[in-house]
Design a protein around this ligand. Sequence first.
Ligand code: APR
Length: 308
Amino acid sequence: MNKKVSIIGAGMTGSTTAHWLAEREIADIVLVDVVEGMPQGKALDMQEAMPVIGKDVSITGSNEYGPTEGSDIVVITAGLPRKPGMSRDDLLAANTEIVGKVADETLKLSPNAIYIVLTNPLDVMTYLTWKKTGLAPNRVIGQAGILDSARMRAFVAMELGVSVVNINCYVLGGHGDSMVPLTRHSNVAGVPLHKTMPKERLDAIVERTRKGGGEIVSLLKQGSAFYAPSAGIAQMVEAILKDKQLIVPAAVYMKGEYGLNGIYFGAPAQLGANGVEKVIEYELNDEEIAELKKSAEGVAANIAALGL
Ligand code: APR
């Protein structure tokens, strides 16, 4: 039997995730959304593309949860996206209600699923999903770090004119403006990043990375980024379904790593069949630790505001 990935929220990120996944031919896909006919229409359209790209994948759309039964992975992208001028935290109240309901409904039918959350504010919504489902923390993961790191990698590639494949960047911390791009641990084909360009250029890239989501929101005028976030989810899904033991930055439950406890927070995570198999700890200097601590305080405050 094929693996099954259910994506709740068939909007921009949800449907684009389905697109990336269908291309990989690694699972059947179920798209669920509250908008009548929309998930069915997108699913059918994508299904009709499969003969063209030569992939045998079943894609189903529904306004009900029934077709999600027995999912191996549940992806949550349901919720409101940012509008220009809004921070991710401004979405807290509306998305808490939506994500809480989605977690309840999906768990009933897929008690053995691994959850990947994308809805913002990301670290808080991932924590909420973990609490609501009562699953072991390794089975609930948030997608943010791949995206933030990919933005930084893209900016470095544009600056240096080098293949993106050669560029390794690691952005940790909460998925907000206080995220922590670790320039000391980033490199271009093994050459430390700070040796590849003048300090002011690197500082500008760090700043642009931190504000990367906002840059897209202001350009789009409505909605937020969806190609890169959904590409990040697809990479995580593949790592889990293929038990790749792939190390990527992701929002994971902290059990003492980096001196943090009891929150979801961006850290390098080894992903495999059990979800988070391991959290990797980098050796950080005092300045980096202070930045992570500041970012963690913001996440902890938002989690506390959930009142769970
Ligand atoms: N159940 C299922 N789907 C829902 C529900 C619900 N209770 N409530 C809302 N939705 C759906 C909406 O109908 C919409 O189609 O979630 C979808 C969200 O899609 P978009 O509005 O296109 O937003 P998108 O860009 O995909 O972002 C979704 O991910 O990156 C984050 O900040 C972003 O929180 C936002 C989320």
